[in-house]
Design a protein around this ligand. Structure first.
Ligand code: SF4
Length: 184
């Protein structure tokens, strides 16, 4: 996707690319879940977002995520994914959405369309790239950069991530003060 934030900015730095590749390689290991469960416990991690870049790339990896979250009840997780379009992964997303310490977001945009089916407890985050797009029943709207400077319809503004709206910026809203994505 050309608008993907993970294709530009700091994500293009060689050091960041190297680290992301390292993470990907770790995720393929048979002992990935055991090691991550141990690390989350040792470090006392209370909150973890899966994938600041990348996505759920195969069913086996989705199963490892499930294993980690079930075995780490002290940690709250959240995740945005476009892999709801892959039938073999979407079946596991239904299970992920039911894990009590997980908040699952289906990422959608004009390219993917609105998901036909949204698992119980999952929500939809829409990446809006033009003013007149229909955001459907989305629970959250992320605004592409040029839109952040434009006047948007109220029904879009009400759902927009507050770090991207003039009002939210004025208040100095951050994820730490908003918390919408991993609560509610
Ligand atoms: S927690 Fe709030 S500020 Fe952070 S991405 Fe989610 S909606 Fe935006």
């Amino acid at each position: 996707m050309s608008r993907c934030y993970a294709r530009k900015g700091r994500f293009a730095f060689p050091q960041v690319q190297e680290r992301l590749n390292w993470c990907y390689e770790q995720s393929k290991r048979d002992d990935f879940a055991d090691r991550l469960v141990d690390e989350l416990y040792r470090k006392g991690v209370l909150l973890m977002r899966w994938h600041c870049a990348g996505d759920i790339y195969c069913p086996a990896y989705a199963r490892k995520m499930l294993d980690v979250m079930v075995r780490s009840p002290h940690t709250s997780f959240w995740c945005y994914t476009r892999s709801w379009r892959v039938p073999t992964i979407s079946l596991i997303l239904k299970e992920l959405s039911l894990v009590p310490n997980m908040k699952l977001w289906l990422s959608a945009d004009a390219e993917t369309g609105y998901p036909d089916e949204v698992p119980e407890n999952a929500r939809v985050a829409w990446m809006q790239t033009s003013v007149d797009e229909d955001v459907g029943d989305s629970d959250l709207v992320f605004l592409d950069h040029p839109l952040r400077k434009l006047t948007l319809p109220l029904h879009v503004l009400e759902k927009a991530c507050p770090t991207e709206t003039p009002e939210g910026k004025k208040k100095g809203t951050t994820c730490a003060t908003c918390r919408y994505c991993w609560t509610e």
